[in-house]
Each structure stands twice: as structure tokens, then as C-alpha cells.
Design a protein around this ligand. Structure first.
Ligand SMILES: Nc1nc2c(c(=O)[nH]1)N[C@H]1C(S)=C(S)[C@@H](COP(=O)(O)O)O[C@H]1N2
Ligand SMILES: [Mo]
Length: 575
């Protein structure tokens, strides 16, 4: 009875082989992005290219017509585009720190955007409610969800080209998340330093509208651009009002919104701050997070186009060289930064595939402290009521198919035994009758899959605290290992490790009923775990054993779980 299931684990690899990645999951391509119109009609966004082109031509014609009207000419004369706000010489060159921070911002955004696309396409659908119901998505780059009742989110994921996604391979979200969350920390630090410098130097006046006259001036600039008769260059970087708005929105609205909506997807924060999560559910947060990305991409395209077409040398001197002249100094600094940008872009995916453990380690060094912190949040507020239960709950993972499991399933699990042992005073083996005889615990909580879908269900079973009281872990026990009856996609049984403190959280439980029915095969029959401060992959299904250990380093590959060993996930997943 004291024997461990450790010998049934496999170790995982320290390099990524695209051919055998994630259980040799084949390449799968998505489809052109579509947006739902009404109940079930889908609009292919590629149509925006011709439509946008025609709209632009019409807008140019209208703007040209307007400029012939004398009233419009007078309006433009009164509102030429640039509002002089006085103060710290807006016409002067930018200080050097702006150029340095601008470079870091651009460089870091490459990795954030690419890994963000990778995360998006691991569940290539967006919703406005936390239920993630098939057909209720408002945006998708994947075909409709097939009728297969056991269709999994993993099967739904798609591949990206290796130089677009980071790292591109299908279901490489573990690695993508280290890039995304790790680089985010650097990007946020850069952003905070930027805010502090902006406001301590007075440079904020360049990018914050301070008078109502920026509105007519922005309209005027728009007419001037669209009529292809552009605003006169004022030289040296006094921004026109439209530019001012674009910078203001990017710096003070889009960037903070990216941060807030990012946190809105955290299981720990969403359960702790359920009132906020009621408005900003994981899916609303995810959708808005995507719209912020769209803004950033549009901004970058238009910003770069205008920098290139409105006096390139002056503009580059302004940003990178602290000069207001037309020399080549700024251009050469820009060219040097572009070499770094291109090298970083090209190297990121190959380096990630060759050194995934380094990505895992560095990523954890950057974001791990925040993940650890959020693990200590009380998840108890995150309970829902019956009417919040999701009509559809996605399946995920690899179904068990061993003869051992198939026979038990056929026999209604009368032969099932849960083995609990390790560093405990009182190891036990429990069948389902014994489990059901323990004091019952019920909760209605939300599931957060790492891939991005979510759902609410009612879980019935036994609180882990009851199990702790029953087996009495010894003082050396620090971690709890949950072993599955099912294999992981690369062979060896699925398992995951949780810190022992979290076993006493009010919402940590072993589940045998889901929505008042015995747990189904697909959702983990006969027994699964819930720990509501963690992501979905840590909620082991088809549990056969629980082992209390001092540390997980000796278990499997030693990274704290099957996905951690094989797909470079992190073992603390509160965000
Ligand atoms: N044994 C085992 N447990 C597992 C998995 C798995 O592949 N094997 N997948 C995990 C993942 S990634 C998720 S999101 C949840 C999905 O649970 P559900 O199918 O009930 O939605 O189970 C988790 N537990
Ligand atoms: Mo998941």
C-alpha cells in the first residue's frame, strides 16, 4: 500500500522536436479571421481589405471636396493642426531617454505580440461571456466546433508560422506564456520608468491634450491628411492634434488596459476579486486584450508610415538623436536598432526550440514572484450560483484508454481504489463508497484553462482538508502529487504537484459529482481535483493516487507536473 506511482512517470525532453511535440500533434491551420454577425452568420475579415480600400478612396474624395469649400478652408486656417500649449518648448528636440525607452518598447513588443498571437491561437476563439459556448464566439480563426461530444480544446488549437508565432508550434502555449509574461514584466518596468520621466520632466505636455481646441484641430488634421494635402511640417516635433490623440490613447489608455485585461484572465485574481471579475470576466478580459493588440498593430502601421512619409531624417533625429536638423545621425542610430530588432525577431523561435528549459527558467525568474504572490489569495469569494452554471463545458487533455481503466469504467468503478500515501501517518486506500461516505463538500466555481476557455460547474465531492485530517501528513510533507489513471500525450502517466498549503484552501477538493451527476468519463470519472487558485491543467482528472512528498524534484522530470516536464509549463499558475 505504500508503493508509489512514480515508476510509471516519464521524464520529458530538454529540447523541442517539432515532429514529436505535444504527443506528435500534427500541424493544423486556422482559417481567415471571422466575426459573428447576428446569431450565426460569420463575416470574413479579409473583406475589410477591399472594403477599406474603397472607403479610403471615398474618404479622400470627400476630403478633397471639403477643402474646396470656403468654410472648411477658414476652419483649417483657424485650426491648422498644432495647438501651442506653451510650457516646456514642445518644438524642442526630445531628451535622449525617450529614444532609449522607445527602442526598448519596440523591441519588447515584438516578443509580446508574437507570443500573444501564439496564446490566442491555442484557443482560437473569443467570447464576451465566461461560458465559452461553441457558436457563441464573436471572433474565431478556426472552423466551427465539431459535433464530437469529446472534442477537446487541444484538438481545437492551431499552428502558426515559426516567424509569426513564438514559437509557432501547435499547442506551444507553455513556452509562449514565458515569453509573454516574462517580457511583460520588462515592458511594464520600462513603461513605469517612462511615466515617471514624463511627469518629472514636464515632457508629458507633448502627449496629453490640455485644451479643448485639440478636438477641432484633430478634425482639421484628418481632413488635411485625407485630402492628401498634408499639414505643414512644423519641424522639431510639435505634434499635431491627431498625433497627440494617437499617442495619448496608446500611452495612457491602451497600455494600462493591456495590463488590466491581462490580469483579468488570472484564475487566482478572478476568484479573489469576483466583483471585478463579474464585469471583467476572463473572456471579456481576453477579448479586450485582443482589441488592445489590434489597436497597437494599427497604431504601429500608421505611425511608421507617417514617420517615413513626413520627413524621415527629421523625424528620426527627433526621436533617436535629440536633434532637430535633417542630418543622418538619427537615421544611423535607427538603422543600428533595427539590426538588433531583426536579429531578436529571427533568433527567438529557434533559440526557444533549442533551449526551452532556459526559456522556462528565465520566464519563471521574471514572472514567478508575482505568480507565487497571487497563489496566497483567498479563492473563497469565487463561488457562483446555480444559474451561473455553463451550458457547455469544454473537454481537454488526453483520455485514458488502458485496459485497466476501460474495465473499471465498464464496471461502474466498483473495483476503483484511491491510494493515498507518502509522508503521512495513516496511508489509506479508499473505494468510491468510502469516499462518498466522507463528509460531502459542494462548490460552484469557474475553471480557467491555460488555453483561454473557461466554464462554471457545480462540483461535488470531498474537501481536501477532510483527506488531510484523515491521513495526517507529517511535518516534512510540503507538496502533494496527484497521479492519473490516464497517460499524458508523450507516454507515462499524467500527474501534477500542488503546494500542501493549498490543500487546506476552502475550495480545494476531490470531485466525484459534476452538476449533480456522477463525474462523466470525459471530465475525469471517477475522481478529479479542483484547486481554484490554479489553471486547468493542474486539475488532474481520473485520479488514482495521491502522494505527500517533501519535494517534487525526484518525481517524473522533476518540474512539478506532466506539462511542466513535457511542455515547459510552470508549476505555479495563479496567472
Ligand atoms: N489526467 C489528466 N488530467 C487532466 C488533463 C489531462 O490531459 N490528463 N488535462 C487538464 C487540462 S489541460 C484541463 S483544462 C482540464 C480539463 O478538464 P475538463 O475536461 O473537465 O474540462 O483537465 C486537466 N486534467
Ligand atoms: Mo487546460
Amino acid at each position: 500500500m505504500s508503493s508509489s506511482f512514480r515508476s510509471q512517470l516519464s521524464r520529458g525532453e530538454d529540447e523541442v522536436d517539432a515532429a514529436t511535440w505535444a504527443g506528435s500533434v500534427p500541424v493544423a491551420h486556422g482559417i481567415a479571421p471571422r466575426v459573428r454577425v447576428g446569431r450565426s452568420r460569420w463575416f470574413n475579415l479579409l473583406w475589410l481589405l477591399p472594403i477599406g480600400f474603397v472607403a479610403l478612396i471615398v474618404a479622400v474624395a470627400v476630403a478633397k471636396g471639403l477643402r474646396n469649400a470656403s468654410s472648411v478652408q477658414r476652419f483649417i486656417q483657424h485650426n491648422p493642426g498644432v495647438v501651442e500649449t506653451g510650457g516646456s518648448g514642445r518644438g524642442a528636440a526630445l531628451p535622449i531617454w525617450v529614444g532609449v525607452q522607445h527602442f526598448f518598447n519596440l523591441f519588447l513588443l515584438i516578443f509580446i505580440v508574437r507570443s500573444g498571437l501564439q496564446i490566442l491561437t491555442d484557443h482560437p476563439r473569443l467570447y464576451w461571456t465566461r461560458h465559452s459556448t461553441p457558436g457563441k464566439d464573436w471572433f474565431r480563426v478556426q472552423k466551427p466546433v465539431p459535433a464530437d461530444p469529446l472534442w477537446t480544446a487541444k484538438k481545437d488549437s492551431i499552428s502558426l508560422p515559426g516567424q509569426v508565432g513564438l514559437p509557432g508550434l501547435r499547442h506551444s502555449i507553455g513556452l509562449a506564456r514565458w515569453w509573454h509574461l516574462g517580457v511583460d514584466v520588462l515592458w511594464l518596468l520600462n513603461g513605469v520608468a517612462f511615466y515617471v520621466l514624463l511627469f518629472t520632466t514636464g515632457e508629458w505636455r507633448r502627449v496629453v491634450p490640455t485644451s479643448w481646441s485639440v478636438i477641432p484641430n484633430a478634425v482639421s488634421v484628418l481632413i488635411q491628411y485625407l485630402s492628401l494635402n498634408w499639414p505643414a511640417e512644423t519641424g522639431g516635433g510639435a505634434y499635431n492634434s491627431l498625433q497627440l490623440f494617437a499617442y495619448f490613447i496608446t500611452i495612457f489608455i491602451a497600455a494600462p488596459l493591456a495590463f488590466i485585461t491581462g490580469l483579468g484572465m488570472s484564475p487566482a485574481l478572478s476568484t479573489r476579486f469576483r466583483r471585478i471579475s463579474k464585469v471583467l470576466s476572463i473572456q471579456t478580459a481576453r477579448s479586450l486584450h485582443f482589441l488592445v493588440l489590434v489597436w497597437f498593430l494599427l497604431f504601429i502601421v500608421i505611425h511608421v508610415a507617417l514617420v517615413f512619409t513626413t520627413g524621415l531624417l527629421h523625424n528620426l533625429n527627433h526621436v533617436y538623436a535629440g536633434r532637430t536638423d535633417g542630418s543622418w545621425v538619427g537615421f544611423w542610430i535607427f538603422a543600428a536598432t533595427m539590426v538588433v530588432v531583426v536579429a531578436g525577431w529571427v533568433a527567438a523561435t529557434p533559440l526557444t526550440l533549442r533551449h526551452p528549459r532556459v526559456v522556462q527558467r528565465v520566464g519563471f525568474a521574471l514572472i514567478g514572484p508575482a505568480q507565487r504572490l497571487f497563489e496566497h489569495l483567498d479563492a473563497a469569494p469565487g463561488q457562483y450560483s446555480e444559474r451561473d452554471i455553463s451550458p457547455y463545458f469544454w473537454h481537454n487533455g488526453q483520455y485514458p484508454d488502458s485496459p485497466e481503466y476501460t474495465e473499471m469504467l465498464a464496471g461502474d468503478f466498483v473495483d476503483y481504489r484511491l491510494r493515498i500515501n507518502g509522508l503521512v501517518e495513516h496511508p489509506v486506500e479508499l473505494d468510491l463508497v468510502q469516499l462518498r461516505a466522507l463528509p460531502p463538500h459542494e462548490q460552484i466555481t469557474q475553471h480557467f484553462c491555460i488555453q483561454g476557455w473557461s466554464g462554471i460547474a457545480k462540483w461535488g465531492g470531498v474537501s481536501m482538508q477532510t483527506i488531510i485530517d484523515l491521513v495526517r501528513p507529517s511535518a516534512e510533507a510540503r507538496w502533494v502529487v496527484f497521479y492519473s489513471l490516464g497517460d499524458g500525450p508523450d507516454g507515462g502517466i499524467y500527474y501534477d504537484v500542488h503546494p500542501i498549503e493549498q490543500m487546506s484552501y476552502q475550495l480545494t477538493m476531490l470531485v466525484y459529482d459534476m452538476n449533480s451527476e456522477p463525474l462523466s468519463f470525459g471530465h475525469g470519472a471517477p475522481l478529479r481535483l479542483r484547486n481554484e487558485v490554479q489553471l486547468g491543467f493542474k486539475q488532474v482528472k481520473w485520479i488514482k493516487g495521491i502522494e505527500f512528498v517533501a519535494h517534487y524534484a525526484e518525481i517524473g522530470g522533476g518540474y512539478g507536473g506532466y506539462n511542466q516536464d513535457h511542455e515547459f509549463f510552470g508549476y505555479r499558475q495563479s496567472i
